[in-house]
Design a protein around this ligand. Structure first.
Ligand code: HEM
Length: 485
């Protein structure tokens, strides 16, 4: 790209005469305070970093579109899903979870899979992962869990002791741990993995009928993973491997795409389903609730500026549009608070006015005002409601349907359904694997577990794997013993 060079200026737009030599008192003398250009440049540089995301700090983003390919209007009245052929602009961000900014991409870690749909009814954010399940089922445990994944306060490194100690006390994690240490635990790139909404959400149709729904984005590129050995090599050789892959693919005109499918459960079925349908550590069997096609997500445009558009992107699971809402999943309910709070801290109260976060196909009209860095979207309009000057008015139409509740308030564990325990689906997943897959899973788990310093932690963990499947636990115990011998 050749462009006519233009004059370099200060932040206030005045021409810069010399960008090589700072001003001094005489040729060999000290600096002058009148050199405002130097002071501005150094002070500005000191302020380039903002707080990184407390989780999912390392990530890559791209723009694209979502196109409806099948009629799902019997399940949801969401306008952007209303008819085949309808297209909506999207911005997606993929990420690792535990690593800080600058961490290597090719690591064993869940991947974030967040999509912002710029719909005509406002932005809809689906903030999921590349796994259909999660480690815990109560948001109260999230900060503790993340502390065990991040660096230890004393050693400053991730510690096998902390990771396994937490999991040894959280049997509900065993399903996700089995998933993570299996072949899909290290995707070859962001293009070669599936995405999931993971939680159960609510869809409501035009008649007001509600359904429970789970989202599945199936990669059209095919699933490709890295072995532990290949990943270790790649993480060292090119820490930015996933970022580079996504940018290069899109620049080369290879637009990655995913087919969106959903599982639907009628609301009346939820109370008697064999698993608690709002338990994030469980999947719904595809035999019980087959996948239904919805549309295609395609990414075809790289952001021009990673900081402005990816680092400052703010995805919020509480951003719903008419026809889509939350389920009573406690984890999801906790997330409905956590994200906008994180954004206000990380980006400031006016983060919704940044181009990547503002609605593109709708207009935000409300009486939220002022604060740091306001771009004055309210203009001269009255800043209260109701007002007699033509201000925006409420629709009186709830976005989603209400849900039935019963019983006393309290610190209740999630209700158990007929086939619920923390082990059944972990055991099923292990038994579904081929012998080769099982061997790699056991080796990956034992390699990490063998680093734990205390036998009581190892014994507790092995007990959980044995409860999922006797053979699974026995093989891990034997492999750990051999590695420690
Ligand atoms: C109660 C549990 C959880 C809490 C409190 C929580 C909290 C957070 C916070 C504070 C951030 C940083 C947001 C920001 O600074 O922009 C974040 C990022 C993220 N979380 Fe969670 N999280 C939870 C569970 C989950 C689950 C279950 C999933 C997936 C199903 C998930 C997916 C993501 C993704 C994809 C991002 C990165 C979004 C982006 O690309 O900007 N989180 N989470």
């Amino acid at each position: 790209m050749s462009q006519q060079p233009q004059a370099l200026t200060t932040e206030s737009g005045a021409p810069v005469a010399d960008n090589q030599n700072s001003q001094t008192a005489g040729p060999g003398g000290p600096l002058l305070i009148q050199d405002q250009y130097l002071l501005e440049k150094l002070a500005r540089f000191n302020r380039e970093r903002i707080p990184e995301r407390v989780v999912h700090a390392r990530g890559s983003g791209a723009y694209g579109r979502f196109e409806v390919t099948a009629d799902v209007s019997r399940f949801t009245k969401a306008h952007f899903l209303a008819e085949p052929g309808r297209r909506t602009e999207v911005f997606a961000r993929f990420s690792t979870v535990a690593g800080n900014l600058g961490a290597a991409d090719a690591v064993r870690d869940p991947r974030g899979f967040a999509v912002k749909f710029y719909t005509e009814e406002g932005n809809y954010d689906l903030v999921g992962n590349n796994t259909p399940i999660f480690f815990i089922k109560d948001p109260l445990k999230f900060p503790d869990f993340i502390h065990t994944q991040k660096r230890d306060p004393y050693t400053g490194s991730q510690e096998a002791d902390n990771v396994w100690d937490f999991w040894s006390h959280s049997p509900e994690a065993i399903h996700q741990v089995t998933w993570l240490f299996g072949d899909r635990g290290i995707p070859a790139s962001y293009r070669h993995m599936d995405g999931f909404g993971s939680h159960t959400y609510q869809w409501v149709n035009a008649e007001g009928e509600a359904f429970w729904v789970k989202y599945h984005f199936k990669t059209d590129q095919g699933i490709r993973n890295l072995t532990a050995e290949a990943a270790a090599e790649l993480a060292g050789a090119d820490p930015d491997s996933h970022q580079r892959d996504l940018v290069n693919a899109i620049d080369a005109g290879v637009s990655p795409s995913w087919t969106l499918k959903v599982q639907i459960m009628p609301v009346a079925e939820a109370a008697t389903y064999r698993f608690n349908p709002f338990d994030l550590t469980k999947v719904w069997s595809h035999a019980d609730h087959p996948l239904i096609e919805v549309g295609r997500l395609t990414l075809d445009r790289n952001p021009d500026n990673v900081f402005a558009e990816v680092e400052q992107a703010a995805f919020n699971p509480a951003n719903f549009v008419p026809g889509i809402g939350p389920s009573p999943d406690k984890m999801l309910q906790g997330r409905l608070f956590a994200y906008a709070d994180a954004h206000r801290y990380r980006l400031g109260v006016n983060h919704t006015q940044l181009p990547v976060n503002a609605p593109h196909a709708a207009t935000a009209r409300n009486h939220g005002r002022d604060g740091y860095m306001a771009t004055n979207p309210g203009g001269r309009a009255k800043n209260y409601e109701p007002n007699s000057f033509g201000g925006p008015y409420e629709s009186a139409a709830p976005l989603w349907a209400s849900t039935e509740v019963s019983g006393p308030t309290g610190t209740h564990p999630a209700p158990l359904h007929a086939q619920d325990d923390d082990y059944v689906q972990a055991g099923d997943l292990y038994r579904l694997m081929t012998a080769d897959e099982q061997a790699r899973l056991v080796a990956n788990l034992a390699g990490f577990l063998a680093k734990v310093s205390r036998d009581d932690i190892v014994d507790r963990v092995v007990g959980h794997f044995r409860a999922a499947d006797r053979d699974y636990g026995d093989r891990i115990a034997a492999a750990v013993k051999e590695l420690r011998a």
